[in-house]
Design a protein around this ligand. Sequence first.
Ligand code: NOJ
Length: 733
Amino acid sequence: MTAVALMVVGCTEKRDADELRAEKLMAKMTLAEKIGQLNQFVPQNSIVTGPDGSPVDVKNVIKEGMCGSMLNVWSPKEIIEYQKLAVDSSRLGIPILFGHDIIHGCRTTFPENIGISCSWDPAMTEEVARISAAEATAFGLAWTFSPMCDVAIDPRWGRVSEGSGEDPYLSGQLSAAMVRGYQGDDLSAGNTILSCVKHFAAYSAAEAGRDYNTVDMSEMMFRERHLPSYKAAIDAGALSVMSSFNDFDGIPASGNKWLLTDLLRGELGFKGFVVSDYSSINEMINHRVVADKKEAAELALNAGLNMDMVDGDYYKFAEELVREGRVSEAQIDRLCKDILTVKFKLGLFDDPFRYGGEGRWEKETWLPEYLETARKVARSSMVLLKNEGEVLPLKGSERIALIGPAADSRSEMTGTWVGFADYNKPVSFFEGLKARFPHNDIKCEKGCDFFDPIEGGISKAVAAARGADVVLMTLGLPNAYSGEAASMANIDIPFAQKELFKAVKATGKPIVILLVTGRPMTIAEESDAVAGLLVTWHPGIMGGTALADIVSGDCNPSGRLTMTFPLCLGQVPIHYNAKSTGRPRKTPTNNAKYVSRYMSTPNEPLFAFGEGLSYTEFAYSDLEVLNPEAKLGETVKVRIKVSNVGKRDGEEVAQLYIRDVIGSRTRPDRELKGFKKISLKAGESATVDFDITPESRSFFRADKTWGEEAGDFDVFIGHDSHASLKGIFTIAK
Ligand code: NOJ
């Protein structure tokens, strides 16, 4: 038997053993105790992150053996206390599974996820997750509600900051990397955690970008844009999934049997358990598909939703529902077994205190190597979008004016929803620059708050600009404007900052905007007026140091956009992988009447998917399709030469897009199907190989099956989604 086969057999045996152990335990459990495993509660004193807090007295519920999991426990000590209570005081001593949102770092905060995705670096993303897992387990956690695989094309939606952008393939690659990083090779190790794929499904498609809003789309759209990213994360081995708040085809996800059972388990072969989102079972009452909490519990249980996050509906009604014959005991058994099997896999029964433990939180977090990784990730996430006259990197001796609401803010480095972050720990931009340029004259002026003027702020900022050779100016949005419940109907730079910007601009000094944001913004006016534009996102704990690395030229920027920046809000939703329509506007200046265009606004965005500058230049040549006449089921191999033709060493993300020329359903004009990040010294060239697999050519065909079709394809490889170097290939039957 080969090594691989042995490994597979090993895994199967392990899985079977865990399931068997779960079954054996269940033989001793009462119906109530089985239902107990389906409940997740927060402590009474915990913060409330939805409409309601805990509906029960958690300590008593634990003693009754009715609490399978907890979230939002805010100290390692409390985790140990609750676990002791479960193990020592409940009849069967089943350990609690502690979960939390560890989404872009735990104590060591990394950039917001949209920033991480701009690194286009799965290995680095995996490392972020590995470090997050190590720190989270040091706290006592065994489970993180991450990655968010929702693919988003609407920057009004605040949660675009938590995802990996607008492209299904890239989002899938990065989500899978996160799962591997969290779960490692051994889920039962004390420094790996259970990952949770969320929010299943299509949560990001909320109408008008308003959080929690209705979702309605065709099956084709769902399968092509949304499903691939969840699937990639599940295929990477994630053993939990979170149902989303939205309705899907008229049925809320938490009660949607087609989603949670037929598709997830049947089609995708998911083997773990599903947890609801915070109070999403109760919310089915507001969706008006059930009349009360009992009906909500019934719908969710029968849909295949294993765990009730905070509502207490399973706790209150599941037993009654079984007695009344509305939910079968066999269904409760299935739901319970999934959860217990994962608990066995995590090793919780072998050692309920395996996660956390004495002093780990103090000793095993903020390690120097973690901070160094945070610095690397932050600088890889920053995207340089404009650099006229090579305003960056700084030459070295400039007098610098650092202006704007985030100029010297530590807390605004962190980004959204980082429960364990110390907001005073990050390196601010000002601190980072001072450390890197100790001999330069650097003046820092806030000028205004994010939304409000400060008395005398503008005049101080203008004075600082006048005395400087270059102005670095932070514009953007605060942490609280990223993430859940942070939708915006206007994504312009806030008025107070616009006023400050105009005054500083009037000094005539060269300006580099540092855009601090968790979402694309409409910044055409500001971008047009300046020499430089660097999107820093909310860059995490090492933000200031990473900024100094970039502006000093110690690090050559390599970030590339993973979401389109619209020219104006009216273009939203906007994304690169659009379809041509029956009346395409073939050139940006075609003003003919009956074509698909706006009357007085271009169709093109301000900055497109994949864009990002470097301090060097890359050239693409010699695109070669090695087997241009392939057959269905065969992989097409493509090769290209990438050269660093500039004067500095740098990193390039070579991006491959395909166009299926004719399909039985309409196909996007181009779709990302491969990317490679490569490092090239000045003057160096490399050959880059890509595989275009049958799966990557597959789509939701006219007959409603998933698969590829014979025919002609174009392939484009280049620096971004405008890539123009083209090859062709044909797939024969
Ligand atoms: C609601 C959010 O939608 C979800 O992403 C998160 O994991 C849960 N709250 C738990 O905090």
